[in-house]
Design a protein around this ligand. Structure first.
Ligand code: CA
Length: 230
């Protein structure tokens, strides 16, 4: 694996499936929501679509299954329903290794940003509490900050702007195929962490610079690399 961290001044973290073990909740919420609205979504489709904004996912499924785009009102209603189901589920856990990784990144002097397609307000406010000392609101890009979400490069381009660094001086940490695609499209080296059920090949197809099998594994690697690099 050839991942040179020496020139990287900022780390842009995805949130769901990287900082939080929240994907099983999203699977439960999306599958139930689409069923409630007379459509359907398989769990693996939730993982394949992960990273996109809710409105992008809803439009896509509506077009595929109903032969028409969802209206703005439908998108709002369906997403509100999904967010409500998500809210009623038990609180999601911080991903194992995420705090250690954040500590390692901070200790090595890099800027920390979060770039998420999420519009889940409760989780966005929680991240500021859980990762207090590592992340500030001004260093977060959410579904509310860009018109086009992942897989477009826009959220990561916005992240670079907030970090004040060029693409070559940043690195992205992502778990989803379309999230990796967004980072690569922004010209940034992407570290993939395969924390879900998809085969590695699906993530590797999107051409990340490196792949780890857990956030803890990446935290250990980060520690060894930045210690060696001193
Ligand atoms: Ca994710």
């Amino acid at each position: 694996m050839s991942l040179d961290l020496s020139e990287k001044n900022a780390v842009l973290f995805d949130m769901d499936g990287v900082l939080y073990d929240s994907m099983p909740h999203h699977v439960a919420a999306w599958t139930r929501t689409f069923a409630d609205f007379g459509m359907h979504m398989e769990p693996c489709d939730v993982y394949m679509n992960e990273g996109c904004t809710g409105s992008y996912t809803i439009s896509k499924v509506s077009l595929e299954q109903r032969g028409r785009e969802a209206t703005a009102q439908e998108i709002e209603d369906i997403y509100a329903h999904k967010a409500e189901i998500f809210r009623t589920l038990p609180e999601v856990e911080i991903m194992k290794g995420a705090l250690e990784l954040m500590a390692g990144v901070r200790e090595s002097g890099r800027k920390i940003l979060i770039v998420t397609g999420s519009g889940q307000k409760n989780l966005i406010s929680r991240v500021l509490r859980d990762f207090d000392g590592f992340i500030v609101r001004e260093h977060m890009v959410t579904a509310f900050d860009v018109k086009r979400g992942k897989p477009f490069p826009d959220p990561y381009l916005k992240g670079l702007e907030l970090a004040g660094v060029s693409a070559s001086h940043a690195v992205v940490v992502e778990n989803a195929p379309l999230g990796i695609r967004a980072g690569v499209a922004a010209g940034i080296d992407v570290i993939a962490v395969n924390t879900g059920p998809l085969p590695d090949s699906v993530l590797l197809d999107e051409k990340p610079a490196a792949l780890f099998h857990s956030v803890g594994e990446l935290a250990d690697y980060w520690k060894s690399e930045t210690v060696q690099g001193r």
